[in-house]
Structures are given as C-alpha cells and as structure tokens.
Design a protein around this ligand. Structure first.
Ligand code: GLC
Length: 753
C-alpha cells in the first residue's frame, strides 16, 4: 500500500476514534450510571408533551373495553413517533411488539422504550384454571408456579406487563368477575395474590417474567346487586378489614404496579380518590411503583358525576395521585394546559413520569429494548407439553367435590358402560372465558374428549346432547339422553353455563342452572341409575334443585386447556379431589350476598335446633344457611379430627398460642385435606365476624395415616383495623375453631388478657 494512502487511512482512523470518543453518551443512555441519575437526566430533557406521553397508554390490539373515541391505528403510530405514547396494551407477539418498539426507539426524539401490557389472567397460550378455580386448590406453591409459566410464555411473546392478579374480594355470584379473584376471604385472598405476584415477577431481572398489576384498587368487588360497574358503598371497617388486605399483601409482595378500579369510595370515583391513593397507597403503604387507570376510568368520572369534563377528570385523577391513563387520552390532551394553568403541579407530573421510567429501566428496556423479542424463543416456549402437564395438575387440584353419595365416585374399572350427557361437554367454544390471552379453545381437551380418553376402551362411553347450548331442550333431546342413560351403569351429566358468561360485563341476575338442564336431570333420575353432575361454570351457581336429583356433584369451574383430562383424572380416581370452595354456594339468589365471615346480628337464630325462631334475623321462605359453605369440599376418603387443644386457655399481648389437632385418614383412599383455622372475637370496639380464617395447612395422608397439625397464633391473628385503619388488639374472649370447612368445626375458648 502506497505510503501516502496508508498515512491518510491512519489519520482518518485516528480522528474517527477521537471523534467517537469525544461525542458524549447522553447520561440517560449510559448504562454505567445509576437508574436515579439516568432518570433525573432524562426528565430534565423532556418536554411537557413528552412527559404526558409517558403517562399515556393506548390500546393497540383487540378491544377489552369500549371502542369509543379510539383514534385509530395510524394516529396511534404517529403519536408513538412523537413520543406521546408510553405504553400499549393488547399488542401481542414478538413481531408486532418489536415493530412498534422500533418506531419508539428510532423515530421519536428521545428514544424512550414502550411497555407492552396484556391481561394474562390465567395463562397466555397454555390456559390454566380461572383464578377462582385455582384458589380452590389451596396450593400456594402451585399457584405461584402457574403464574410463572404464564409469565414465561407471555414474556417470550414480547409482553412486559400483565394486568393481574385481581385482588377484589367478591362474595356476590351475580358479578361475573368473581372468576378473576380468589374468593371471599381477605386473609386467603392476600396469600393467593402474593403468590401470583411472585410467580409473575420473579426478581424482574430476566426476560421470562412480567410486571404484575394489582387490580382494581380498591373495592370493585362490592358492586351493588352484583351488577357490573355499579355503585360500591361500604363502611370504613369493611374497607380496612375486608377489601384492602389482599391489595396490601400484594404490595408487600413487591407488586410493581396497580390499577385503579371503575368504582367509588366514599362517594369519590377511586381514580380520583386522594384518600385511597395519596394517603393510603403512597403515604401509609409506601408504594413506589406505577398506578395505571382501568380502561377509560379517568373519563368515567364525568359519567359518575364527579368531573365536569375530560380536562377536569385528568386534573382530579392526577391530583389524587393517579398516574398512567389507559385509553381515555385525557392526560395526553390536557396535561400541558393543566400544568400551564397551575392546576396540576409539575412535581406531581414528574413523580408519575419518574415511576414509569424507573420501571422501564428496571426491566432493562433502555439498554435492551428488544430483550423480550426473540422469535425463536417465542416458538419454543409456548404451549409446551411440560406447560400443559402442569396446567392439568392445576386443573385437577381446582376441582371441588360437593356431593358423593353411595360412593358413586370414583368410577372403578369394573364399570363398563358410561353415558355422558350435555352439549357443553362437546362444545369447545363454550369452554373458555373472555380472559384467555392467546389461548385457543380448539387446542383444549373437551369434557367428552377427556372422558373418552380416560375411560375407553375399558368402558364404552356414549354421548348425547340432552340440551342445547342456548339453554333450551326438547322432548327428542331428552328422550335420546334417557335411552342412552338407560343402557349405562353410571350417568355423567355436564351441566352449567357457558364460559362466555364468565368475567367482565357478565353479571347475571339469576346465576342458576338453566331450567332445561333441571328438566333433563329429572328425566334421567327416573332411570334409577347413579348420576354424576359435572358442573362447568366461571362462578358458583345455585345448585339447590340439582342437589336432590343426583348422587354426586363435581364443581369443575373453567379449567382451561386440560379441562377434560383433569375431570377424567378425578372421576376415575387417578386423582382424589382435594379442592375446597373459596366462595359460598348460596341456597337461593335471595340470600346473596351470603358469605361465611358474616356478622351475628342482634337477633341471631337460636343455636339449639328447636329454639324459638320468632323475632329473629331470618327469611320466612328459605334457610339462612347456604347450600355449601366457604372452605367446603369432599374427598373420596374421610378425615377424622381429634384431640383439638390449645397450649393455653388464656394469654396476654405479645404471647404465642399453639393450636393443635390430630387428623386421621380413616377412609380407603390416600388423600389431601385442607385443615382450616378460624377465630371469633366475641366482643370488640367494632363488631367482628362470626368466623375469620387465620390459618390453613394442606396435608397429604395415606389411608390409615394420622398426623398432628399445629397452628401458631400471635397478636397479628387476634388484631383488626378500626374505622381509621389503625390496628387494634383488644383483650377479651375469643373462640378458636379448627375444621374441614367454615361450618364443620370444633371450638375452644381463649381469653386474651
Ligand atoms: C378492562 C378490565 C381490566 C383490564 C383492562 C385492560 O376493562 O376492567 O381488568 O385489565 O380493561 O384490558
């Protein structure tokens, strides 16, 4: 090479290196600096419009709320380019999410990465039992594992953030969203929520976990009459002792985000409740993460009658401590004006924006914006056999045996003729609820497929519809069903309601078994054969008419991809059912809301069976008692409780009380039992429920095996919150209960000095 050329090349190379070294990396792009330093630098460079952009979340895919005022995809992509969108929801898949991320990173002025969010409620591609069903397993490690698998699948598909777990305490089966929660108990609901947060998030230090989102803060499950989006109006003691504990447990478990509810607290829509957000969530609980609104909930403050217009709604939400605005676009439109007019402080804006940016830094998206965008990994991680096998196990554990007379179940190999009846058993369209992310019911195992796979060829399984999916039936359908049933030794009837009737915007005024199915059962009962009712539903239904018509009732909820396999595993005895319901099954709609942790009233029913019933708190036409109580669930074996004792009959504050009980598997099958511990505070400064769950242990016992279960109670178990949310521990008499459910218990007294 001529010397001159070599000289020029060398000069160029040296000057290039020098230039490159002199062009400083902007601090917020410098991975060597701390997150705090990077956030501080970035905030200082942002315009108010770009700050509003970080608080603007738009729907980018399927609508999971009203489509009104949606600006359309083109306008959204333009806003992404302008740095006016901080997050999108409902965009799924590596290709789709990374394409939008590229626009944000390369075409917007500051190149701030986007967060992609999705309702990964009970699975992404492999669908697990609905949360209400999963909670009936009382298996917290399994619940955590299920959420970690859902996270792994969704993260492989480019998702950063799930809108789960729902922590709303629900005790009204008319409300469709009870399927998303963990039932009626605050203590257990908190344990489940914390397990799901840990499962979804892990340490948030890899590409296989998601930001969790505790929702819907707070008290949405108290909708009046169970009617969706209706008024919620409850006392401060109920707020502190019933509705808030699961959210607090999830915050304490490290949940990165929360979501506002659609509801109201003390007459203020919760998106605009400074008491709830600034005073409780931020100040008292010390929450440092991000709060996102529910779909349009900022704007809905107008309809509630709390905000004049969208600008007023944005002001009220931000001044109450709300932060990111899902889909109402009030913040992106009015924040600059509100700050200019001094109606929202720049400090409040910066705090909300900093929390958003910190989360993006924590996920590593500034340095690796495509960290969750690996197409090969996406193909490899979804709907794997291993995930399906774990989903099947989760499904089996979720099933609750409500009745089993004459040992009809399990169906032993000696049974050679089975009749399966029920259109739902063969309808994959009706298997799943709305919240199934990218799960496909066509890939799921139907009840019919599961029963055939589980019992053929040893037994012959006939099938007939018995009724129509639309809730009607006919003489022909019933006649055909009865004919097939008459040839069988055991009749299996899949009854219930479609999975499509579970979830948001699915309130039912009459959550009962359709009349056509009752008609079918009455006709089948005439055959004199044992009938097993397989109930599939996203909520407890009124089973009072079903109960006397059948030998066995198996509550199967909505179990996800492995529905049929799990049901067959239980009916065949391959898996001995161990589920316990986390929601009360009402005797009638008129009882609703009916729940175990109710209050005694000033005129309770007499405890003795033939006591005086006059002038008592009761109905004249139905009993006060529900059909099946919280914590109830049978096994194929029997568990005997004995030697219940307390380490002392009295104690003082700061002390420890040990409750112990012996459990014997006195039946013919190995099995699992959920031993439950409840307390009652007999007299306190505010009235306390007749029972409160304060502990449980799920134990495995081989047939004939015996075990001693111990519970440790400290001040925490005897305390409650007063109307101001202060923890109170008051001396007095307590009842301590242990038992197999919230009704069948043994009781001892304990005096706290
Ligand atoms: C819905 C639901 C909420 C969900 C959100 C996004 O309206 O209330 O739970 O996370 O919108 O889909």
């Amino acid at each position: 090479m001529p010397k001159k050329l070599a000289f020029y090349l060398l000069t160029f190379a040296v000057s290039f290196v020098a230039l490159a070294q002199t062009k400083p990396i902007l601090p917020y792009k410098n991975p060597k600096l701390s997150v705090e330093e990077r956030v501080k630098d970035l905030i200082s460079r942002m315009t108010i419009e770009e700050k509003a952009g970080q608080l603007n979340q738009l729907n980018g895919g399927e609508f999971t709320g009203p489509a009104k005022n949606d600006p359309g995809q083109m306008a959204k992509m333009k806003q992404v380019k302008e740095g006016k969108v901080g997050s999108m929801l409902n965009v799924t898949g590596v290709v789709e999410t990374s394409a939008i991320q590229k626009i944000a990173m390369e075409e917007s002025r500051l190149g701030i990465p986007m967060l992609f969010a999705l309702d990964v409620i009970h699975g992404y591609s492999t669908i697990f039992p609905i949360p209400l069903a999963e909670a009936c397993s009382w298996d917290l490690p399994a619940i955590e594992k299920n959420s970690s698998i859902a996270a792994k699948e969704a993260a492989a598909a480019g998702i950063h953030w799930t809108f789960a777990p729902m922590c709303d305490i629900g005790n009204d089966i008319r409300w469709g969203r009870v399927m998303e929660g963990a039932g009626e108990d605050p203590y257990y609901g908190g344990l489940v929520a914390a397990s799901r947060v840990r499962g979804f998030q892990g340490k948030l230090d890899d590409d296989a976990h998601l930001l969790a989102c505790i929702k819907h803060f707070a008290g949405y499950g108290a909708v009046e009459s169970g009617r969706e989006y209706n008024l919620t109006d409850f006392s401060r003691p109920a707020l502190w002792n019933k509705y808030l504990p699961p959210y607090k447990a999830a915050v304490d478990a490290g949940a990165a985000t929360l979501m506002n509810g659609f509801n109201v607290l003390d007459g203020v829509p919760v998106s605009g409740s400074s008491f709830l957000i600034n005073d409780i969530l931020k100040a008292r609980w010390g929450f440092k993460g991000l709060l996102v609104s529910d779909w349009g909930s900022f704007s809905e403050m107008i309809s509630w009658g709390h905000a004049e217009d969208d600008k007023d709604a944005a002001m009220k939400a931000l001044n109450a401590g709300s932060m990111m605005d899902m889909q109402s676009q009030t913040v992106i439109r009015f924040l600059p004006e509100l700050v200019k007019e001094g109606k929202v402080s720049m400090q409040a804006v910066d705090e909300a924006v900093m929390r958003t940016l910190e989360i993006k830094f924590r996920l590593g998206l500034f340095d690796q914006p495509y960290k969750f965008s690996n197409p090969e990994r996406e193909k490899k991680m979804l709907f794997t056999q291993e995930n399906r096998s774990i989903a099947r196990d989760a499904a089996r554990k979720s099933i609750v045996l409500l009745k089993n007379e004459k040992q009809t179940l399990p169906i032993l190999p000696t049974v050679k003729k089975l009749a399966l009846i029920g259109a739902f058993a063969d309808s994959k369209d009706d298997m799943f609820d709305f919240w199934i992310a990218k799960g496909e019911s066509k890939n799921a195992v139907s009840v019919l497929e599961g029963i055939k796979a589980g019992f053929e060829p040893n037994a012959v399984v006939s099938f007939s519809k018995g009724y129509n999916i639309d809730g009607t039936t006919s003489e022909i359908l019933i006649k055909e069903a009865v004919e097939k049933a008459s040839l069988a030794e055991v009749i299996l009837v899949n009854i219930g309601i479609s999975g499509k009737m579970a979830g948001e915007d699915r309130a039912l005024a009459n959550p009962a078994i359709p009349e056509a199915q009752i008609q079918l059962l009455k006709a089948l009962q005439k055959t004199g054969k044992p009938i097993v009712a397989i109930v599939t539903s996203g909520r407890p239904l009124i089973l009072t008419e079903v109960q006397p018509l059948v030998s066995s009732i198996v509550q199967c909820w909505i179990l996800g991809t492995e529905t049929g396999s799990a049901i067959a595993d239980v009916l065949s005895g391959q898996f001995n059912p161990s589920g316990k319901t986390v929601m009360t099954f009402p005797y009638a709609v008129g009882q609703i809301p009916v729940y175990y942790n109710h209050f005694k009233t000033g005129r309770p029913l007499p405890s003795e069976p033939d006591g005086d019933m006059s002038w008592k708190s009761r109905y004249r036409d139905i009993p006060n008692e529900p059909l099946y109580p919280f914590g109830y669930g049978l096994s194929y074996t029997n568990f005997t409780y004995s030697d219940f004792k307390l380490s002392s009959s009295s104690g003082s504050k700061g002390g420890t009380l040990i409750a112990s009980v012996n459990i014997t598997n006195s039946g013919n099958f190995d099995g699992e039992e959920v031993v439950q511990l409840y307390i009652r505070d007999l007299a306190a400064s505010i009235i306390r429920p007749v029972k409160e769950l304060k502990g449980f242990q799920k134990i495995k016992l081989k047939k004939g095996e015996k075990s001693t279960v111990q519970f440790t109670l400290t001040d925490n178990e005897f305390s409650f919150f007063n109307a101001d949310g202060m923890t109170k521990l008051e001396p007095g008499r307590f009842h301590i209960f242990v038992g197999t459910d919230s009704k069948n218990t043994q009781k001892l007294d304990f005096d706290l000095k």
